[in-house]
Design a protein. Structure first.
Ligand SMILES: [Zn+2]
Length: 283
């Protein structure tokens, strides 16, 4: 199964992206969002949109538009603060407000979650307890490799599994990996999707029977202003490369991908999945 997901966030809110005029980001997000919603409609696909609580409050029309088109909506935290920056109480508050803001707006219970920048790791796995407390049943926050802002490299699988922690259970849909030069890397979203040529991505998708994509409007926006600056212990040259490489061709690659393969939302995938047969991972 190929699962289509998008993370919807106000990237201007992060120090690194504070460029140009604040009023600029929403029309740019809207531009790609509209195009994507049209493409999904043409193909008859539903997708999952993980949305920030902040978006529900500052741009409610964006959330309503996604909801009206019948897509599955999940939480992407409240403020996009990387979870390892919080203590338990801070992480709980951010999770609670993030979920609540979207539920208030769309009038339905939110049961799916993705952490900002996949920032759940072995050190802050108590987040699963918090997610369970606020009604999350499905999570897609595990990036089972090393990563700049998170990564759960000792999570034992890159396939859907049941996470068991402190007596609670959550269905986990991790980001799938490929091994290149002995290193585990992703291919189905973010910088990796921008980096790899389309032919390579197509063969990775063909080879795998579980594909979890993760796209951001920012990853398609070639007109965005560029900043050459280090961030969170990363030198400027590396950060620049990771943030902007491949922006020019990425929307074209996305269009090819949804033409070449069939996609479903996380909700549809979850309805099809036989959870009785899946692995339980104790963390
Ligand atoms: Zn995000």
């Amino acid at each position: 199964m190929n699962i289509l997901t998008f993370d919807i966030e106000d990237w201007w809110a992060y120090e690194y992206y504070k460029l140009g005029n604040k009023v600029d980001w929403l029309p740019r997000l809207n531009d790609y969002l509209e195009r994507i919603l049209d493409i999904l409609e043409v193909h008859g696909y539903k997708a999952t949109f993980f949305i920030l609580g902040e978006m529900a409050r500052c741009a409610p029309d964006v959330v309503r538009k996604i909801d009206r088109a019948g897509h599955h909506i999940g939480s992407h935290s409240n403020s996009h603060t990387f979870l390892y920056k919080f203590d338990y109480a801070g992480a709980e508050e951010d999770t609670r407000v993030g979920i609540d803001s979207i539920e208030q707006l769309i009038g339905r219970k939110i049961t799916a979650y993705r952490a900002p920048a996949f920032s759940i790791s072995d050190e802050n796995k108590y987040i699963f307890e918090i997610l369970h407390k606020y009604g999350i049943e499905i999570d897609s926050s595990v990036f089972p490799a090393n990563r700049s802002f998170g990564g759960f490299n000792n999570f034992q699988t890159d396939r859907p599994a049941i996470v068991e922690y402190n007596g609670i259970r959550i269905k986990e849909y991790p980001i799938p990996m490929v091994t290149l030069c002995g290193k585990s890397v992703a291919y189905s979203g973010g910088g990796y999707f921008r980096l790899f040529p389309y032919g390579m991505i197509r063969s990775f998708v063909r080879e795998h029977d579980y594909v979890m994509t993760y796209f951001h409007m920012k990853d398609f926006d070639n007109k965005q202003e560029r900043r050459y600056k280090g961030w969170e212990r990363e030198p400027a040259a590396i950060r620049y490369f990771k943030t902007y490489y491949g922006l020019k061709g990425s929307f074209g690659k996305f269009q090819k991908l949804v033409k070449d393969f069939e996609f479903i939302s996380l909700q549809e995938a979850d309805n099809l999945f036989d959870w009785q047969k899946q692995r339980i991972i104790n963390i």
